[in-house]
Write a protein that binds this ligand. Structure first.
Ligand code: FAD
Ligand code: NAP
Length: 535
């Protein structure tokens, strides 16, 4: 993991310049960003140590009642009131422990509070709400900094980057070769889900089942060229030693529009437009469209404001990688890696929007192309050490991905534990991914049980947790035998609903009160027998 200190305060805009304090501070920060490298600089130990005395040293009890991905940020912050800053920083995060930031929520917040991580915008599921809250908590951290260290105004010079092993973190990706894609849905489906294959033999990466694969995608050329046209710039304009087109394709995020872009626009215009841009920069929603404004949407909304390409690019966020659960086993197919990717496409107004990485994998790369990738080690999501342990896997939709990997791995290693998969999707005839493969696993006995739930086949929705309830007695007997339970897929609703079903099953068939059943499931979690990979 890179060790990065925040950009020191740089006074570039003189105090006599005709700006308010807030404008001056923003512009100083903006130009400081231009002057410093993106690399990592060594952390001076004092400020971090002063602000964070370490997990055991600040009187916090270590409990995290806000660590629930279904709670809204306001509720989470309330639960964290009165806690040390690093704990409130954790509460600001989306609580999915999804690994997209390169940490889990607790470690990311400790790293920020300890000043070994300066990037406040890495929590993808938390989005702008989390980034804004972290920014404001970070200002508190600044205030807590001893006066002597805050006096340092010299830009960072000694740049030393702690490079992680190649291909093992988002900070050090390696090239992998894209091999092929295959559509998993059949005619009539409302979904577009791709089985994707990569060749890792060139980069030498390996992985274990349960790990995820990080992909650095590129933006769509059509979108980039429309943005350049709206900017009124040349696509060959030089920005950071590259052409504007290259930078917009490879380096910056074009969705959603960041606060810094609105801030830049607010300084380049006046009157009502300026007020509007300023309000948007502060997270307000003057026209009710804030949630859908991407970078192109901002250029369309403010047609009279046209920043210089360099300033425009500086106001954008770096392009973030995306994670995908690996759906293959390195033990079964060494040097190969598969993903199961649901393609994100939707329409806002009249414009088609493309999910960055899913459409990149679905249509913007060709066999033989190299993609920058890394393996993200799973945070407590793995097959049991004892290969005889039974496993229950619950993965609707693309949530089946890691379980395909688990099954292939158990087959390759000759694991004797029983395997039960709950899979579900919209329609049995067109959304049954890996149908032949799963049926063959069932026939061979590898898959002891395969329980299916089709949400749109009948008149009423029927989900995996409905199927679980139907077979609750058997499910309980697997649990009583010592089975591990795994959930993968949607974090917001599915994971919670499935957990609730599990609690009900434990209560009903394990003859427990609801409170006892909740405690039982909590204990499964503590013992590592109930693991989740949700996003
Ligand atoms: C650990 C982990 C494992 C994952 N595994 C998988 C996997 O196996 N398979 C898989 O497909 N995905 C998986 N994901 C999700 C994946 O990382 C991406 O988030 C997903 O593919 C979308 O990325 P994108 O770049 O295509 O879309 P983005 O460019 O990130 O766009 C997605 C955003 O578009 C917006 N959006 C989407 N639909 C709509 C709509 N209808 N209306 C309005 N706005 C909308 C939302 O703001 C959404 O956040 C995983 C995520 C994590 C963290
Ligand atoms: N963050 C979110 O809000 C969210 C939620 C889901 C998916 N996604 C994104 O969608 C893509 C993944 O899609 P996917 O292929 O995995 O399919 P999916 O859209 O997650 O749907 C898979 C199946 O789960 C069902 N389902 C919906 N709500 C459920 C619930 N509460 N409990 C149990 N099952 C439920 C769906 O039914 P119906 O559709 O018929 O209701 C469908 O049959 C990814 O890009 C992912 O990031 C995001």
């Amino acid at each position: 993991m890179n060790q990065i200190v925040p950009i020191p305060k740089v006074e570039i805009i003189p105090s006599s310049a005709p700006f308010s304090e807030a404008q001056r501070s923003w512009l100083n920060g903006f130009f400081a960003g231009l002057l410093t490298t993106d690399g990592a600089v060594p952390l001076s130990p004092e400020p971090g140590a002063a602000a964070m005395q370490g997990p055991a040293g600040d009187g916090d009890d270590g409990e995290a009642p806000w660590h629930d991905q279904t709670l809204a940020i306001a509720e989470r912050m309330k639960l964290a009131e009165g806690r040390p800053l690093r704990r409130r920083m954790m509460a600001a995060m989306a609580q999915q422990d999804c690994g997209q930031c390169g940490y889990n929520c607790s470690d990311y917040s400790d790293a920020i509070a300890g000043r070994s991580e300066a990037r406040l915008n890495l929590c993808v599921p938390g989005g702008k709400e989390t980034a804004r809250m972290l920014k404001s908590l970070y200002e508190e951290l600044d205030k807590a900094r001893p006066a002597a260290s805050s006096a340092a105004v010299t830009p960072a010079v000694a740049v030393t980057t702690t490079i992680s092993e190649p291909g093992r973190s988002r900070d050090n990706p390696v090239p992998a070769t894209f091999l092929s894609r295959r559509l998993l849905n059949k005619t009539g489906s409302e979904k577009e889900t791709w089985h994707i294959d990569f060749d890792l033999s060139g980069c030498g990466l390996d992985y274990v089942v349960g790990d995820s694969f990080g992909i650095f995608a590129k933006n769509d050329l059509g979108l980039v060229d429309q943005i350049i046209a709206l900017l009124g710039a040349s696509h060959t304009a030089d920005v950071r030693g590259k052409t504007l087109r290259e930078v917009l394709i490879e380096d910056v995020s074009l969705s959603p529009a960041p606060d810094s872009l609105f801030e830049l626009f607010s300084y380049l215009t006046g009157g009502a437009e300026r007020e509007k841009a300023r309000a948007l920069a502060q997270g307000e929603d003057p026209d009710g469209d804030a949630a859908t404004l991407d970078v192109m949407g901002v250029l369309q909304k403010f047609p009279k404001v046209r920043p210089h390409p360099e300033a425009f690019v500086e106001a954008l966020e770096p392009l973030q990688p995306r994670l995908y659960s690996i759906s293959s086993s390195h033990n079964a197919t060494p040097g190969k890696l598969s993903l199961t990717v649901d393609c994100v496409r939707y329409v806002i107004g009249k414009r088609k929007r493309l999910g960055l990485a899913s459409t990149f994998l679905a249509e913007r790369i060709n066999p033989g192309d190299e993609v920058r990738v890394y393996v993200q080690k799973a945070h407590a999501f793995a097959l049991p050490k004892d290969s005889r342990t039974p496993i229950i896997m619950i993965g609707p939709g693309t949530g089946v991905a890691p379980f395909r990997a688990f099954l292939l791995d158990r087959k390759a290693t000759g694991a004797t534990g029983k395997n039960w998969l709950f899979f579900g999707h919209q329609r049995s005839d067109c959304d049954f991914f890996y149908r032949d493969e799963l049926n063959a696993m069932k026939t061979s006995g590898l898959l002891t049980r395969l329980s299916l739930a089709w949400s749109r086949d009948g008149e009423k929705k029927f989900y995996v947790q409905d199927r679980m309830r139907e077979v609750g007695r058997e499910l309980w007997s697997w649990l009583a035998e010592g089975a591990n339970v795994y959930i993968c897929g949607d974090a917001k609703r599915m994971a919670k609903d499935v957990e609730r079903a599990l609690v009900d099953i434990v209560a009903q068939f394990g003859a427990r009160s609801t409170d006892e059943a909740i405690a039982f499931v909590g204990d499964l979690k503590k013992k590592g027998r109930f693991q989740q990979d949700v996003y």
